[in-house]
Structures are given as structure tokens and as C-alpha cells.
Ligand binder design. Sequence first.
Ligand SMILES: CC/C=C\C=C\CC(=O)SCCNC(=O)CCNC(=O)[C@H](O)C(C)(C)COP(=O)(O)OP(=O)(O)OC[C@H]1O[C@@H](n2cnc3c(N)ncnc32)[C@H](O)[C@@H]1OP(=O)(O)O
Length: 283
Amino acid sequence: MSTTADEYKFTTLSVNSPKPYVLHIQLDREEKHNTMNHAMWKDMTDCFSKASDDENVRSIVLSGKGRLFTAGLDLMEAAQNFSSSPDQDVARRGFKMAKYIGLAQESCSAIERCMKPVVVAIHGACIGGGMDVITACDIRLCAENAYFSIKEVDVGLAADMGTLQRLPKIIGNDSLVRELSYTARKIGSNEALSCGLVSKVYKDDKELMENALQLAAFIATKSPVAVQSTKVNLNYARNHSIPEGLEFMKSWNATMLQTEDIMKSAGAFMQKKTPADVEFSKL
Ligand SMILES: CC/C=C\C=C\CC(=O)SCCNC(=O)CCNC(=O)[C@H](O)C(C)(C)COP(=O)(O)OP(=O)(O)OC[C@H]1O[C@@H](n2cnc3c(N)ncnc32)[C@H](O)[C@@H]1OP(=O)(O)O
């Protein structure tokens, strides 16, 4: 094992390193359908921030333990939080809620900010908060049995951890985003593939996990300078104009084109080898 997965101890996540430089993070509240609560949001933020800085991690797979990916917000715990301190001044309650929402949002933003690409493998239900999580990931794969729902309207709220901000940029179909967000309609794996929410559907959970890990392992064989630079620039490009993106890229690569990884990768090509044959320095 090239990563120090045993340093990743969390109460709501299981973490291991099944392949060199690959970290596998699993949502692990199986007995509660991997519902998301305060502890899980905090664990996710800490875990993805740690992996971002971990030179033994080059790519990440995220999945859910048990029979589904996640049932979204833990409604029991949320009900307690939403109704706490009813006698307190509304503004003071507002400040408290903003802090709570911010903490939840951070769990998804930490995935997006993480320098290492995150491949998410979705099986069974992906509901509510689950959509916020997967839309912050780099690559979405699912099993045939997967279904997706922006369920928030059915529990009386607007999605607030990133789905409404990220999904339009992922599927590029504003009409469909609005329909799904206003109705909470479930879409199956085939529709998810045809609208561009996922890039591949596998016949069952086993095939999904094998392929997700294989993809992450393949990404991990490439130059970490090249892969991480690509993620940073794709994220930047998504939120800026093309001229701004090109300007950012120019400054970024003014340094990065001086990396030893280019000589190593090109050298491998000349010798009829691949990046997998190259030993890249840690990053
Ligand atoms: C700051 C805010 C941040 C984030 C906000 C996110 C918003 C959301 O995520 S909104 C979406 C919330 N989730 C749901 O509405 C899902 C509700 N659950 C279901 O639809 C189903 O339970 C299921 C996940 C599809 C599973 O169905 P099934 O296999 O038929 O099991 P059930 O009998 O329905 O459930 C078993 C058991 O689990 C409890 N449960 C299910 N989901 C939740 C949940 N989200 N929170 C809390 N508890 C949940 C369910 O009540 C059952 O409990 P019993 O005690 O066994 O009755």
C-alpha cells in the first residue's frame, strides 16, 4: 500500500487504499442508508482536505457502503436542528443556521477543491444531498440499478449544498435541471447517461466498483503535475470566460511547463513506453 490509509480514521467514512496512489472513501452509515448529518459533513471536509495534501494520493474513488449510495439528509437529525431554540431571536437563529448550512456546503466544496480527481461510483438511490455530493465530483459512474432525485422540494426546501449551482454546468440543459429540481422526479441510470449526468453505466455494483477503481488507478499512473494542473484549470474554466481561463492557464503553465515530468513522459514515449512505466516524484 503506497498510501497511509490508516491515518484516515473517521466515524462516518471508511477509507482504504486498494491500489497504488488510489484512495477509496466510502460513506459508512450503512444502517442509516448513509444519510448525511453534521458528523458526516465534517468528516468529508476533513478527509478530502487531507487527501488533497497527501502526496501518496493521486486519485480518489468515492462510493457508499450497503445497498444504496445515500438517502440524503438525515431527516431525524435535521428536524432536531431546524427546530432548536424556537424562542431565540430570528436573526440570531439565522446566524446559527447559516453556520450549519455553510458546514454542509463545505463537505461538497472540499471535493471540488481537492487537487486529486474524484471518481464517484453510484449504486442504488442517490437522493437529495447525494446529488450535491456527486455534482462536486470529477467523474460520475453508476450501476444500472442507480437512480437520482433532487428530492429537496418534497421535504420543503431548496437544495442548498451545490446541486443548483453545479448541475446546470454539468448537464447543460437548463430546462431539464429546472424540471428535475421543481418536481423531484427520479431519473434512472439510462436517463442519467443520456443527459450527461454520468459518463458510464455498468451492469451491477461489482462491475461498477472494479471499473471505478481501475479508472482511478489509470489516472494515478499519469504525471501528478499534469493531472492536478488539469483539474485546477478545468475548475477555473468552468467559472470564468474563455479569455480569463486562457490567461490563468498561461500563468499556471509558465511554471508547470518547466516540470521534470515532461522530460520523463516524453522520454518514455520515445522508448515506446507509457507513463505507467515512469516513476514520477511525489506531489
Ligand atoms: C443544510 C441542509 C443540507 C442538506 C440537505 C439535503 C436535503 C436532502 O437530502 S432532501 C432528501 C432527504 N431524503 C429523503 O427524502 C429520502 C427518504 N427516504 C426514502 O425515500 C427511502 O427511505 C429510501 C432511501 C428510498 C429507502 O427506501 P426503503 O428501502 O423502502 O426503506 P424505508 O422503509 O423507506 O426506510 C428504512 C428506514 O430508514 C429511514 N430513513 C430513510 N431515509 C431517511 C432519511 N433521509 N433520514 C432519516 N431516516 C431515513 C426510514 O424512516 C426507515 O426508518 P424506520 O425506523 O425503519 O421506519
